[in-house]
Design a protein around this ligand. Sequence first.
Ligand code: CU
Length: 138
Amino acid sequence: MTTKTSIVDRRKPVLLISVVAVLVAAIVAWLVWPSGGGEQVQSSTQGPYTVRLSVEDPHQGGNVFALTVSGATPDVVTVEPVMPQMGHALAPSPAIAQAPGRFRTGDVLLPMSGQWEITVSLRGPSGSTQHVFPLLVK
Ligand SMILES: [Cu+2]
């Protein structure tokens, strides 16, 4: 009888540890997995420019787009949302330089949820490029 209980006692911590390990793995996966919320970051290289577009929790309504441009310095940066499936095309919004290579729009209105395409246009002495980023808006 004493041997039986000692076997059970030795197995319990192992089971507990594996349950905890599975739980930790699930929590880490949930935190790391790209979900609807949180910051969405994408990057694209065209010609001399590498553009990193980031938007916090893309949603119906006003959204602020932050851009980091490396490789060359553009003079003019615009952000133009299009919803190809429905034929919505919005006027380009200017992104204003905040620091060297860092640009930010004001509130860009995305009037409905769904799949959008954000076209970032750059113009400068090194050339003009367009970078298209898919964006799912909740
Ligand atoms: Cu629409």
